[in-house]
Design a binder for this molecule. Structure first.
Ligand code: GLN
Ligand code: ZN
Length: 786
């Protein structure tokens, strides 16, 4: 009898060469017909399944593919496309892309917020426009990943109906190719949890009224899959790793009792987070198997093996699906041994979660340092690791060579002198307590800064980037290709900086920026200048739709060999008597948007980055830059999924920021910027950053976000964004004035700054200048009223 099975919760979908991105963008431009796009999808699926089978997996996973997003696939499967789109004769595929991208006239915006995130859309991936049309579904991060899903919109009147055959067609496709199929679905409770209520029905009531309507549809889906002959249906319920309200926990019992009636063998899949108080619930639900995250919840494996009835399948996600390090197979076998014993030698082996979150393959990374490459495993290599683990359990001798190779790679990494930098470690160890503390309290600093900067009330500024024009992009591309030499590139960027400075002067802004022309990306740019970082050639990971990001790999101790931004900042400041803000990315954001080494706590890596950036802050102030902004848009998104772990995370995140900033002299003004986020629950920590000025995105919430800062009596200066940079629309002066007056009602006027919501890199100059002109006018009016 066969005892060890291997599978994966899901595979990446964009293609090893980002074929899906290319095909989608051609389709959207009208260059590729729907049938050809479908054919490309089919080819990708066939390739991905073949790869899974060739690696020896016992099942291929079907249902993880999506042209844009798998949650959007479920919206169509379950027939709950929001009525507001007013669909009529469109094909399902047309409707799908309208849900994802909106209808002309109501673009989803472009913006600098978030590293290739929802807001960082390609210029051709939006429509310019007027205010009619339908905005796309909202996008938000999938749990604590950098993948964005389309948020289902539900209300008390929502009806569900089995409305798409796509999943079943894909199952047939895989069966026709001769594969053993495990279909995958997002579970009904996770689907409801991820949705947004559009009629103010509280989530709890949505659960009460919608779950009974949803379950029969799931029942139909399961029955159909069973009829098709799938071996298993994986039902993903990652919300079991969250702090769930009691009514949601209880709903699992009824829901799965009902789903079980369909008679399809269900593998309940959880990932990203420990089950904790939901552990016994997950183990006793009437399903045929349970998948657990053996990386993030390794400490629970033994309990799960104990609690889960032996007739059920236990799938252990032993290979990390969220990071790119080679698995320590000996350690993995050590973890599995007691489980095998408890489960009578029967176990499924898997990656912790879908491989959607890692790049395809190391094969193409020929430019990567070979030793570093030997420490890594992308999706393909992770499949091979599963195969080796299975062999190692079933026929240890046959796995000996593969295990030895893996062992050797792990050993070189562990012993590598390159990974450790004694100077970095000594410096961190010797840090005095006050290293993370500005010299004087804000009240004293503000007097010194005020005297030095001599700014008017309601000072105006921007968030850092100015339009990344085609000229800037092509200069960078030419430089990367080698068609433009270093001197030529530098001259081009200096000219762009001068151009940005002159325009800001003409607009009458008070605190200028150099415009970030020289930066491709706010994390990659710094990573490229820091020791301990590596960059892949093709290490793309889907962020949303056709958008992919290529996170840097932090593999060793981080330090800053030489100043990074100082020459640009000095150049910018030399052009104008007005203050120019230095512009840096904060340590937490750099960490959050990279693949981080797993051989030391993340917080320690954050501290190393903090020290490197601290040196940059110091060099900037020495060079005569009196204001330095340290962007931390990812600070909040790093919050652990479980409440109980949040305080510790926030503590270290705040400390890393403070380590970076506290080198500033009292007279140096530190700004920070955060994009749209729920700040209510982390205001004490935002205040603890002790930035002299924080700029946040507030215009889309009509300043409502600011109320919490007011109630909290946020002590330092604050610049609530007065206009939405996500669309080319130019708001007039009155609109911004109204927002500023609203802000003044909750925050003392002396603390307020005037700025847009975020950076302007995705905008064009004409709308940028027009909007900033209105913004400066609005600030002048505020001064007059004061
Ligand atoms: N300084 C950056 C910019 O303006 C900030 C972007 C961000 O925080 N997302 O582009
Ligand atoms: Zn922002």
């Amino acid at each position: 009898m066969k005892n060890i099975y291997t599978h994966i919760p899901g595979f990446p979908r964009v293609g090893a060469q980002r074929e899906l991105k290319t095909a989608l963008e051609r389709h959207w431009r009208g260059e590729l017909a729907a049938a050809e796009l479908e054919a490309e999808g089919r080819a990708l699926r066939a390739r991905h399944w073949a790869r899974q089978r060739d690696a020896g997996l016992d099942f291929v996973t079907v249902g993880d593919f999506a042209f844009y997003d798998h949650v959007a696939n479920h919206i169509q499967l379950l027939g709950c496309e929001p009525a507001r789109f007013g669909f009529q004769a469109e094909t399902p595929l047309e409707r799908y892309f309208t849900l994802a991208r909106g209808r002309a006239g109501a673009p989803r915006g472009d913006c600098a917020c978030g590293h290739g995130s929802a807001n960082d859309q390609n210029s051709h991936d939006g429509h310019d426009g007027h205010d009619s049309g339908s905005p796309a579904l909202e996008m938000t991060k999938w749990f604590d990943t950098n993948y964005h899903y389309l948020v289902p919109e539900l209300d008390a009147a929502t009806h569900f109906e089995l409305s798409s055959t796509r999943l079943f067609d894909e199952v047939d496709e895989a069966l026709a190719l001769g594969h053993a199929v495990k279909a995958t679905l997002i579970g009904p409770l996770t689907f409801l949890w991820l949705a947004r209520s559009t009629d103010a029905t509280p989530r709890r009531d949505l659960l009460d009224c919608l779950l009974p309507r949803l379950l029969p549809i799931y029942g139909q889906v399961l029955a159909r899959l069973k009829e098709q002959g799938v071996a298993w249906v994986q039902v993903e319920e990652p919300i079991l790793g969250l702090d769930l309200p009691q009514e949601w926990r209880s709903a699992f019992d009824t829901a799965y009792w009902q789903l079980n009636q369909a008679g399809a063998p269900l593998l309940l899949a959880t990932y990203f987070s420990p089950l904790e108080e939901n552990l016994s619930l997950a183990c006793r639900l009437p399903v045929a198997g349970l998948h657990v995250d053996g990386v993030r919840a390794a400490h629970e494996l033994v309990s799960v093996a104990d609690w889960l009835p032996v007739h059920k399948v236990l799938s252990v996600g032993i290979v990390d699906g969220r990071n790119i390090w080679r698995t320590d197979l000996d350690a993995a076998l050590g973890t599995l041994a007691p489980l095998l014993e408890k489960r009578n030698g029967q176990l499924w082996l898997s990656t912790s979660c879908s491989l959607l979150h890692v790049p395809y393959s190391l094969e193409v990374e020929t430019a990567l340092d070979p030793e570093l490459a030997s420490w890594l495993a992308f999706a393909h290599e992770k499949l091979d690791e599963l195969a080796v683990l299975k062999t190692a359990i079933e026929q240890p001798r046959a796995a000996a060579a593969a295990l030895a190779a893996s062992r050797a790679a792990i050993a070189t990494r562990r012993a590598s002198p390159r990974v450790r930098d004694a100077a970095v470690r000594a410096r961190l160890a010797a840090l005095p307590d006050h290293a993370a503390q500005r010299k004087s309290p804000f009240a004293e600093r503000r007097l010194l800064q005020g005297a030095k900067l001599n700014l008017p009330p309601f000072p105006t500024t921007t968030i850092g980037s100015f339009p990344q024009t085609p000229a800037i992009r092509s200069a960078r591309a030419a430089f990367k290709r080698g068609d433009l030499d270093g001197t030529g590139y530098e001259a081009a960027m200096r000219a762009e900086i001068e151009h940005a400075i002159r325009r800001q002067e003409a607009l009458g802004l008070d605190v200028l920026v150099h415009g970030e022309a020289e930066r491709n990306d706010m994390v990659e740019y710094f990573g490229e200048h820091l020791a301990g970082f590596a960059f892949t050639r093709n290490g793309w990971v889907q962020s949303y739709g056709s958008r992919c990001v290529k996170p840097p790999v932090i593999w060793g101790d981080v330090s800053r060999p030489a100043p990074i931004t100082v020459a640009w900042a000095r150049h910018a400041q030399s052009l104008t008597p007005l203050p120019v803000k230095g512009m840096l990315t904060g340590p937490v954001t750099i960490l959050q948007w990279s693949f981080v080494r797993d051989d030391q706590p993340r917080a320690d890596t954050a501290d190393q980055i903090a020290l490197a950036m601290r040196d940059e802050v110091d060099d900037l102030q020495q060079a005569g830059i009196d204001i330095v902004q340290i962007d931390e848009p990812a600070l909040r998104e790093g919050l652990p999924l479980r409440q109980a772990r949040r305080a510790a995370y926030l503590d270290r995140a705040v400390r890393a920021f403070r380590l970076t900033a506290a080198v500033a002299r009292d007279g140096t003004q530190i700004h920070t910027h955060m994009c749209y986020a729920e700040f209510n629950d982390i205001l004490p920590q935002i205040a603890a950053l002790d930035a002299d000025v924080i700029t946040i995105e507030t215009s889309r919430s009509a300043m409502a976000l600011l109320d919490a800062f007011g109630d909290f009596r946020y002590p330092n200066d604050i610049g609530p964004g007065v206009y939405d940079i996500h669309s080319p629309r130019v708001p007039d002066r009155e609109e911004m004035l109204a927002l500023l007056r609203r802000a003044r009602a909750v925050i003392p006027a002396g603390q307020l700054w005037v700025n847009p919501d975020c950076g302007l890199k995705t905008r064009g100059w004409p709308e940028t200048e027009a909007a900033l002109r209105h913004m400066v006018d609005a600030a002048r009016q505020m001064r007059a009223e004061w």
